[in-house]
Design a binder for this molecule. Sequence first.
Ligand code: GLC
Length: 493
Amino acid sequence: MTLRIAMLAAECEPWAKTGGLADVVDALARALGRIEGAADALRLPVDVFLPRYRTVPVPADAIREPVLEVPDPGRGDAVVHATIVNVAASGFRLRLVDVPAAFDRDGFYDHPDDPWRFAVFCRVALAALKRDGAPLDVLSIHDWHTGPALLERARGEAAGDPFFARMAVTVTIHNLAYHGWVPNEQLGQLGLRRDDRLAGANPHGIDLLLTAIEGAELANTVSPGFAAEALTPAFGMGLDDALRAMGDRFGGILNGIDPDVWNPATDPALAAPYGRADMVGRAACRADLLRRNGLDPEDEGLVVGMIGRMDPQKGFDLLADAMQDLLADGVRVIVQGSGHASLADPFRALAAANPGRVALIERFDRDMARRIYAGADVFLMPSRFEPCGQGQMIALRYGTPPVVRRTGGLADSVIDVTDDPGRWTGFVFDEASPTALVAAIRRAGVVRGSAPAWAALVDRGMAVDFNWVTGSAPAYVAMFRRAVALRAASRRG
Ligand code: GLC
């Protein structure tokens, strides 16, 4: 039996991205549609719903559905007019939710009416799915922005609507740190009052991620390692109780990467192509990266690359505090980050004081990111927590050994020599401290001193298969099937 699946998400590459969520939504949706070697029943063409933010380009051949009118979640007496714009994305159908009052503004998030904006998004998407006329088996929602979908389902079910009664929901948690907290004063934006049953048990407001966890048939996060950590108070960010209460209905599925999107042999951003069988081009990529960032390409000394959202999660501060020791060792550093500008302050100062040794790219630059993956000698991810992370997977594929903290998905995807001396792929350190970070980079420097050992390490990394289609997408299919079974059983029971 083929399932009908729709995904709701606040980001999707290349249309709207601030972080890894966007890559995962795009790659997972595509992979579900082409699980290789599987019976037809396993191929699941999905619809992905995304808000039509101001910056989302609408292609000329996009198809607009007739205007939808839904009750305004924030005002009982008003309606919202929405247009669904269908865009042929590669491998799935992208359906943009166009409500200018909610989304035609600067920035995706951090508006005072975010609860309303994402309630509108969920309500419109579900109304469009219902209008399609075919039953929906699974709604796959992602992060807090899509939590209002559970309020919608509960309302639809209470009204006796079979579309909602049938629909199973899975929630995928990419970031446990952002909850979508809505204080009592703002409950009206979700169409709720404090004494509504749907507003939950917290006397102060509603947590939209918690709403999703408690309401969904199944919940997962994006690596088994982080799933285990999330059950502890240290990593659970206040939701560990709720996740523990789910028992085996919560787990981890490691993200993948799309090997066609991330391929040094075909990447047009690179100065030269290369691959496992022919690594010659890599030297040109290194020289190109260094030259573009004012670093001497002739200098053979270790170059460390780091890319990420400037968010406390990512451990930029650990690198900043390690910089004096690294510079004393002759190590050079290239950092790309966008987000909280204050986290970039130390790097701005370091780059100004050490031209040619420290470079800061203070924006999200897709092409430069690819050049860093291909041209740095090692790739650093000192995250304090990391549900999955994809930089380490891309770095492995691009032949740049990762240096990572032993946490969440990093620990699940990079093998240290001490874990397995026959299969190791990078450098893993435990403590979230500048000292531990420096020690790991020094270990990398020592191994790099031996060309054959380094070449073998690089090659093992490039051989690792993180393909969604063969790995994680089938695990999502299994989760969707189980969610359908649970939903059917709860209706019978
Ligand atoms: C979030 C997490 C990151 C994960 C990504 C995609 O950005 O912080 O670890 O890789 O979502 O799932």
